[in-house]
Write a protein that binds this ligand. Structure first.
Ligand SMILES: [Zn+2]
Length: 356
């Protein structure tokens, strides 16, 4: 399952293609026809991730601005001065002015929208184990990564038997969504209710998040290795960050949450923030500390562990991970064989010597 950093990356990729655009939405598979019909023709706002959840606002916006037919209706977005705007559009435009970046494609009536604002129609997606986006259009050819691919999926994209739950199209781009565990339309209160069930997200790392995380872990007696995967305690980390960030800060995943000091949990939160944020741009998880990383084999390719294995012999994961998927191999810090056990239904990896 894609971890949170991958969903943040997907939100960026989707925004680069669709933010501010009037979208054509459909459900080739048919299972999301009502939702797609609702989105069809609306203007896409800025998508955001919270943990493994993806939220994207849509509103009746861009194309309706020109319905009065004034002389400015054919002008490129951004060329009209504020004085020409109708009075009732002032609040939206004021928020546009505060948006961090100009919309690349069109005027963005949703530019200043915050997660869960009332008004927009919200698309909520959780990819789950099998969900994936397929992107086509300029700049999309080489996209790889957890939960997203460039769009060559002809076997599934047309006609009866299509697995495309939702297709968004605009400006020569398409984004096809297949196999999500969740794909639904929400209103503002619905988004806020969904987010309220989630813990702080290390990629977002908002004020107070570290303290929320530390308090939530220290209230519980479950092993910290289990708590880190609990999305109501920390939203976004999956099995790789769970294993490797606990290793990086030296905490045994078996230690009960209430027996880990606040100082060590702060260090764990900060490490989740650092590693997950660093992995957002290309979506590739690299959690092995640079100082412990073995000399890379000549032909190794961090994107392709199989290729690395051919060149490197037997420990390709060590180019990317410290303990994850390295059962029985020597700990990169102390040489003790990496241990594995199942915890909460997932494979857990750790060093029994240097994690306490
Ligand atoms: Zn060790």
């Amino acid at each position: 399952m894609p971890e949170g950093q991958a969903i943040h990356r997907i939100a960026r990729l989707i925004n680069e293609r669709f933010e501010g655009a009037d979208v054509v939405a459909s459900s080739p598979q048919g299972r999301f026809s009502d939702g797609a019909h609702l989105l069809d023709g609306l203007t896409a706002g800025r998508a955001e991730a919270w943990g493994k959840h993806f939220f994207m606002p849509f509103a009746d916006g861009g194309s309706t601005a020109g319905t009065d037919g004034g002389p400015s209706s054919g002008m490129p977005a951004g060329n009209s001065s504020p004085g020409e705007e109708a009075p009732n559009s002032a609040p939206l435009n004021a928020r546009n002015a505060m948006a961090p970046s100009a919309a690349p494609l069109a005027e963005t009536p949703l530019g200043g929208t915050s997660l869960g604002d009332d008004g927009p129609v919200w698309l909520h997606i959780h990819l789950g184990l099998y969900g994936r986006w397929h992107l086509t259009g300029e700049g999309s050819d080489a996209i790889v990564g957890a939960g997203v691919r460039s769009g060559n999926h002809n076997a599934v994209n047309v006609g009866a038997g299509s697995t495309v739950r939702l297709r968004l199209a605009a400006n020569g781009f398409t984004a096809d969504l297949t196999g999500p565990s969740r794909c639904e339309i929400l209103d503002g209160p619905g988004v806020r209710a969904a987010v309220s069930k989630l813990g702080p997200d290390p990629v977002r790392n908002e004020p107070g998040d570290r303290e929320r995380f530390v308090e939530a872990v220290r209230r519980r007696r479950s092993p910290v290795g289990q708590l880190v995967l609990d999305q109501s305690i920390a939203a976004g980390p999956g099995n790789i960050y769970r294993a490797d960030c606990l290793f990086r800060v030296g905490i045994s995943p078996l230690r009960p949450g209430n027996k880990v000091s606040a100082e060590r949990l702060k260090a764990l939160w900060d490490d989740l923030v650092e590693t997950m944020q660093a992995d957002v741009p290309d979506g590739v998880i690299r959690t092995v500390p640079e100082s412990l990383r073995p000399e890379p084999a000549e032909a190794s390719d961090v994107r392709n562990p199989d290729a690395a294995e051919g060149a490197d012999g037997e420990d390709p994961e060590a180019q990317r991970f410290a303990v994850y998927h390295r059962t029985g191999r020597p700990c990169l810090r102390c040489g003790t064989p990496v241990a594995e056990k199942e915890m909460a239904g997932r494979r857990l990896f750790w060093c029994p010597s240097c994690q306490r």
